[in-house]
Design a protein around this ligand. Structure first.
Ligand code: NAD
Length: 500
């Protein structure tokens, strides 16, 4: 791999040698670069430019706006390997997952190019003669995109591609833990804007560097029409209140606590593959990572045996090396969370089946590699109800399907869920109104690795909002209802006679 600074230069990411935000690689804890946190004045100027850009961009025809997103997709294709390497370096994902993340951004651009010709409203019949009612969707305003550390490229692209085709200007505030990958994705967009020409106003796409303080400047600003924030439930609780207080719009994509039910009718080979990728992918640091596993008691021993064998052969190591399947945790606080999670599970009567150790400490004293842990728990305990954003999998056996469903839904989060079963009744029940209460309920697939065509998001403390495909574009627009009279009369609705 290239030297980090060469990679950043190629991607057009400017660093500040004496900046006050240091970015470290979780691979070995080595500094990658420093950046400068934005001042309040800079943020105000950024918002003012976004406001001015919006006034121009909203009048550019939507399919033409789609052309900009098409060009962005092309730039991302050209930089795919470089951005993926940067994601591995900065977030610690294995290269395959970094490549997958950039591909997701590219796919999102493709989807939004088509969507730019499909920003449609309905026509509704009127109760009055020679009248028509229709809905239109109009651009909303500047959109602030606040991202979590674990998907610095894709989550930005989901939001930005939608916002741009919908006629909005955007401001990215990447996670302070992985700002470089977000900025590299933004640079690809800025190159696309250069190619697009003068229809794209200056200030259409901007980024600000910073942490919670800078984020809050955007959240509290009345000039930001939509705050799309991805991260912890704690962050979402604070953002939700601040945005609601000023009657702004928000999209919140928050923590998950995703589960799988493996029934007595499950194909265990299928289950195993879904479990391993779901629970150890991105070292358990995906919002959709598998954390809770409910196994029918008749399948438990056989499946646990398979899981232990699979976990024992996991290659844990430098995510840039081909053979690695599990990279490091993002930083020391994440390792503390892992250690506390292990202790809590033991305190609550859990049996550690495998893993749970720090590894490679001698080779990487400042890199936090752990062996993914699997516990068998006596029941769904208190610790299992909180999201521990590390690779800990809790197994709870169950006797009957209703009991499994009840435990499944008995957590505050509601992002992703899945069932492994060849039985039609169980499967249909799981995805029915009385089944999983999550935003995503999968069948014979794990909970993570969603496709962008479907709406993505979750219920309860996950935030209740949706991003990416389906009709999620509507969140980036405002609706107007137009009642049109093409007669020469003026009848009132509800049959009201008013001085006739
Ligand atoms: P985090 O909440 O610490 O930070 C996320 C972002 O929010 C950062 O940019 C941060 O600067 C900002 N932020 C934090 N507190 C804020 C506040 N009070 N006001 C305004 N901004 C604030 O999350 P993280 O550690 O970067 O990411 C991990 C979390 O994100 C996990 O809980 C994971 O489940 C969640 N996540 C959810 C999704 C989803 O789509 N549902 C996707 C990825 C990650």
């Amino acid at each position: 791999m290239d030297k980090p600074l060469d990679l950043l230069k190629r991607l057009g990411v400017e660093t500040q040698p004496n900046g006050d935000l240091s970015v470290y690689s979780p691979i070995d804890g080595a500094p990658i670069a420093t950046l400068q946190n934005a001042s309040n004045g800079e943020i105000e100027d950024t918002i003012a430019r976004a406001k001015a850009a919006f006034i121009k961009w909203r009048d550019v025809p939507a399919p033409r706006r789609g052309e900009l997103v098409r060009l962005w997709g092309e730039e991302l294709r050209k930089s795919k390997e470089d951005i993926a390497q940067l994601i591995s370096l900065e977030v610690g994902k294995i290269l395959q997952e970094g490549l997958g993340e950039v591909q997701e951004a590219i796919d999102m651009c493709d989807l939004c190019v088509g969507q730019s010709r499909q920003l449609f409203g309905r026509t509704i019949t009127s109760e009055r003669a020679s009248h028509r009612i229709m809905e239109q969707w109009h651009p909303l305003g500047p959109v602030a995109i606040i991202t979590a550390f674990n998907f610095p490229c894709a989550v930005f692209a989901w939001n930005a591609a939608n916002a741009l085709i919908c006629g909005d200007s955007i401001i990215l505030k990447p996670s302070e833990k992985s700002p470089l990958s977000g900025m590299a994705t933004l640079q690809a967009l800025l190159r696309a804007i250069d190619k697009f020409g003068s229809d794209a106003p200056g200030g259409l796409a901007q980024g600000i560097i910073g942490g919670v303080e800078q984020s809050k400047e955007l959240v509290y600003s009345r000039d930001i029409a939509l705050v799309s924030a991805t991260g912890s439930t704690e962050m979402g609780r604070s953002v939700a209140v601040a945005v609601a207080e000023r009657f702004g719009k928000r999209i919140l994509e928050l923590g998950g606590n995703n589960a799988m039910i493996v029934t007595e009718h499950a194909n265990l080979e299928l289950a195993l593959r879904a479990i391993v990728f779901g629970a150890v992918g991105t070292a358990g640091q995906r919002c959709t990572s598998l954390r809770r596993l409910f196994i029918h008691h008749t399948q438990k021993d056989a499946l646990i045996k398979k899981i232990k064998t699979a976990y024992a052969s996991l290659n844990i190591g430098n995510p840039l090396e081909d053979q690695s399947l599990v990279g490091p945790l993002i930083d020391a606080p994440a390792y503390m969370m892992f250690k506390n999670g292990i202790q809590d599970a033991l305190d609550e009567g859990g049996t550690l089946l495998i893993g749970g150790e720090r590894v490679l400490e001698e080779q990487y004293p400042d890199g936090y590699y752990v062996s993914p842990a699997v516990f068998e728990m006596p029941s769904q305990t208190q610790a299992m109800k909180a999201e521990c954003f590390t690779p800990i999998l809790y197994i709870v056996p169950y006797e009957d399907f209703d009991q499994a469903l009840e435990m499944h839904n008995d957590v505050p989060q509601g992002l992703s869920s899945c069932i492994i079963s060849d039985n039609m009744r169980e499967v249909e029940r799981f995805i029915s109104a009385s089944g999983s209460d999550c935003g995503m309920a999968n069948v014979n697939i794990g909970p993570s690795g969603a496709e962008i065509g479907g709406a993505f998001g979750g219920e309860k403390e996950t935030g209740g909002d949706r991003e990416t495909g389906s009709d999620a574009w509507k969140n980036y627009m405002r609706r107007t209802t137009n009642s049109i009279n093409y007669s020469t009369d003026m009848p009132l609705a509800q049959g009201i006679s008013f001085g006739d």
